[in-house]
Design a protein. Structure first.
Length: 364
């Protein structure tokens, strides 16, 4: 009897595994923690972030159409994140389109921690939708029904708690940075900078934690140190193409080389440990634009645009009198000049020590 039950259990498990494989439902840290998280950041970029940039341009140039267009883009950030996550999870079309109705309630109910709420809720809704997809003759009704009901139910049930927890963590980091700007400046700058270079999304992390203010400024400093640092210190190997690809694109391009020789990561990381506290202690640089900008660095100059839009918002609210020359000097030093100088300096030391050799930084 025991043997029979064991055989039946093994058959059931085998059937479940085959069903999961057929439905392309993969429970893995990579799919949820890297693919889905990175896609969420892209969805947020394609809606809230680009909408903020367009609106700001319209306000500064006095073009109402741009202000309106930017407002429309910002209004669909929840659905944009949800459909991006669904795409990363390789959801079928009906599931993917149904997720549009899931992103908005999850983002709204999640409050300041909306992006993290959207991530969690959308993953569950998408996987349940994939499980029932094309399993019935009335698939056009069943699949959207299951996806939307699961998503909206979890939005009402989980999203407020997830959003509150994420926001609480972000508030704690920002409070600690205000209290201890030197040590937290180092910590936030180094950690977020490393996250940017790793195959995970620093932008999504900052968005999920709603990381702004002084901590957001430190995050921008860390990301810039990695991107500008790698771009400049590898110039002799990669020339202008590498400079632009890494400086305005992403330092993640160096991950293959980091795996081969982790020591090449030392110079930009040391640079971030220096620029972070300079940003928080000397220039008090704050990033009060969209939280996702904190984790973008110099990618499309999004981090710098975020700092600038934050200045404008602070002026409008009365928190800041005007943009001063010191603001611009700090932004240039922290985001461009110091990362380039410090990373190159540390890199040359490691080259002379033999830790970094010719070709170690070459992009393939």
């Amino acid at each position: 009897m025991v043997q029979r039950r064991k055989v039946m259990s093994e058959k059931q498990m085998s059937a479940v595994r085959q069903f999961m494989k057929r439905k392309n439902i993969v429970f893995s840290a990579r799919r949820y923690g890297i693919d889905a998280l990175g896609a969420m950041a892209q969805g947020l970029f394609a809606s809230l972030l680009i909408g903020t940039i367009i609106s700001t341009l319209g306000e500064q140039a006095g073009i109402p159409f741009l202000v309106t267009a930017g407002g429309y883009a910002k209004a669909v950030s929840g659905p944009a994140m949800a459909i991006s996550i669904g795409y990363a999870l390789q959801a079928p079309q009906l599931v993917l389109f149904s997720l549009l109705a899931v992103g908005e309630p999850a983002n709204e109910r999640g409050g300041a921690g909306g992006p993290l709420a959207v991530l969690v809720v959308t993953i569950f809704a998408a996987e349940f939708g994939k499980a029932v997809s094309k399993e019935t003759k009335i698939d056009i009704l069943v699949t959207p029904l299951v996806t939307i009901l699961i998503g909206t139910a979890l939005s009402a049930w989980w999203a407020p708690g997830i959003g509150s927890a994420a926001n609480a963590v972000g508030q704690l980091i920002m409070w600690a940075t205000e209290l201890q700007p030197f040590f937290m400046g180092i910590f936030v700058s180094v950690i977020v900078g490393i996250a940017l270079t790793l195959p995970i999304s620093s932008a999504a992390i900052c968005a999920a934690l709603n990381l702004t203010g002084l901590a957001g400024g430190a995050a921008v400093a860390g990301c810039c140190a990695q991107m500008v640092g790698f771009a400049v210190m590898s110039f002799r190997e990669n020339r202008w193409g590498g400079l632009v690809a890494q400086g305005l694109g992403t330092s993640m391009l160096q991950m293959g080389n980091i795996v081969k020789n982790p020591r090449i990561w030392i110079p930009p990381t040391l640079a971030s440990a220096i620029t972070g506290p300079i940003a928080t202690c000397i220039f008090a640089m704050q990033m009060n634009g969209p939280a996702v900008s904190s984790g973008m660095g110099t990618c499309g100059l999004v981090g710098q645009i975020g700092v600038y839009t934050g200045w404008l918002a602070d002026i409008a609210s009365g928190a800041k009198a005007a943009i001063t020359p010191m603001d611009w000097i700090g932004l240039l030093l922290i985001c461009f000049i110091l990362p380039a100088v410090l990373s190159t300096f540390f890199c040359e030391i490691l080259r002379r020590m033999g830790w970094i050799k010719k070709g170690d930084l070459t992009l393939e």
